[in-house]
Design a binder for this molecule. Structure first.
Ligand code: NIG
Ligand code: FE
Length: 425
């Protein structure tokens, strides 16, 4: 008996599954699960079967059939750390940095995150959504089908809730599934200069409870997507004690923790995040081997963001090679934001990570798919090709997935299937 399906993609040169029930660690990151001449069949937005083309074509017929000869099928990318919702740009700072100013100097002089805060506070939900849509469209064309998105350019109660609202509007307005993160502790707003403890009190006592209440009424809860809580644990941002206050308040309101730790200075954020059971620990540029070992022993995914170092003209990248060798489940992310990484491209991040962090193409592939999915708490739904999983997949214009990391500056994404639907890009 022939089984009816919605979409059947067959004859692929390679199907790269990245399949795993847990985040991949150590040598497991070198295995992407390549199978040859396979077909993938999709129904009701989910993967119904994967198998040899001949037997799949005998068992199934589909309303839409795609010949993937000469192409690779792989999971849609998950971008697990983004600040993609914002207004304005930071072109002036880009030039300041070219002339020699550092990111931290610009931040200390009242620019940086705070300058995007000003533009974001002045924008409406609709204006924020309109400014962000083209960026999400670019990410989709570059293969991203799920993305985490942080607040953190509002830095007051109303503006942070406005950012959450913009994330919800954007989630419904375009194909990429968004995973919201509440991050009022991204920078100290100018009104609180010299009074960071008072700002943290506001975050803890009012903003986080308000965000938790917002989440309870949002479609994200219904859809099984979490609302995370994040903090920038850094010199001139939030110290370790303040970071603890923020993440513990988030936990008390049901928001799982994430942290920006060890981007420029190490304040002990890794230990804190591990202690609190964080879903991910992000940046890790200056992490000590001791903290690396702590992270490897934990369930947290280590998210590294080499587009930031690249963009800041730095030659010092997070030692992702050592993190993987020590046993951390490493994921890669763009960190797309107007300051430290105006970059929508996970393939470019793979290209940087393979060159400057000595990840193998297979490790980079797992790092933008299954491990990234676990980094946003969705490892059971997306990030790999397996029966029953959401049918988010890419067709690549090449016969070997390693081309994705090998080439750079172009775009090998031939087609994107999101929730079982072949998109026209
Ligand atoms: O992840 N490090 C803090 N936050 C962002 C930068 C955001 C910005 O510069 O606007 C990051 O790099
Ligand atoms: Fe960030």
């Amino acid at each position: 008996m022939i089984i009816e399906a919605d979409l059947l993609i067959h004859s692929a040169a390679q199907v790269v599954t990245c399949a795993s029930d847990v985040p991949k660690r150590g040598v497991a990151m070198q295995d992407v699960g390549v199978i040859l001449d396979e077909a993938v069949v999709v129904k009701d937005g989910r993967i119904l079967n994967i198998g040899p083309t001949k037997s799949i074509r005998q068992q199934y017929s589909a309303s839409q059939t795609v010949d993937a000869s000469g192409k690779v099928i792989c999971p849609g990318f998950v971008d697990p750390h983004t600040h993609v919702v914002y207004a304005g740009d930071r072109l002036g700072e880009f030039e300041q940095r070219i002339r020699g100013a550092t990111y931290l100097e610009i931040m200390a002089a009242g620019g940086g995150i705070v300058s995007t805060m000003r533009a974001t506070r002045n924008a409406s939900v609709d204006e924020l959504a309109e400014a962000t849509l083209p960026r999400l469209a670019q990410m989709l064309r570059l293969g991203t089908t799920t993305a985490e998105v942080k607040t953190g350019y509002g830095l007051d109660l109303d503006s942070e809730l406005k950012m959450l609202e913009a994330i919800a509007v954007l989630d419904l307005a375009q194909p990429i599934d968004l995973v919201p993160t509440f991050m009022p502790a991204h920078a100290i707003p100018p009104e609180f200069n010299g009074r960071s403890d008072a700002y943290v009190d506001w975050v803890v006592n009012e903003m986080i409870p308000a965000a938790a209440a917002w989440y309870k009424g949002s479609h994200f809860l219904v859809d099984g997507r979490p609302l995370f809580c994040d903090v920038f644990c850094e010199q001139n941002a939030f110290n370790l004690a303040q970071s603890r206050q923020v993440l513990e308040a988030g936990l008390a309101h049901g928001l799982p923790p994430k942290i920006h730790a060890d981007e420029f200075t190490s304040l002990g954020g890794v230990g804190l995040a591990v202690e609190l059971g964080a879903t991910s620990v992000d940046h890790l540029d200056v992490t000590s081997p001791e903290d690396g070992a702590r992270l490897a022993d934990s369930d947290a995914v280590g998210i590294v963001l080499p587009a930031v170092n690249f963009n800041l003209g730095s030659h010092d990248f997070a030692d992702a090679r050592a993190l993987i060798d020590a046993g951390t489940a490493v994921a890669l992310s763009t960190d797309i934001n107007p300051g430290s990484a105006p970059c929508p491209s996970q393939p470019l991040v793979m290209a940087i990570a393979t060159r400057y962090q000595r990840l193998l193409p297979a490790e980079a592939m797992n790092a933008v798919t299954i491990n990234a999915a676990f980094g946003v708490g969705l490892g059971d739904k997306v990030g790999s090709l397996a029966v029953g999983k959401q049918a988010d997949l890419l067709l690549l214009n090449c016969t070997d997935y390693r081309q994705l990391a090998y080439q750079f500056g172009g775009n090998l994404i031939d087609a994107v299937v999101k929730n079982g639907r072949l998109l026209s890009l």
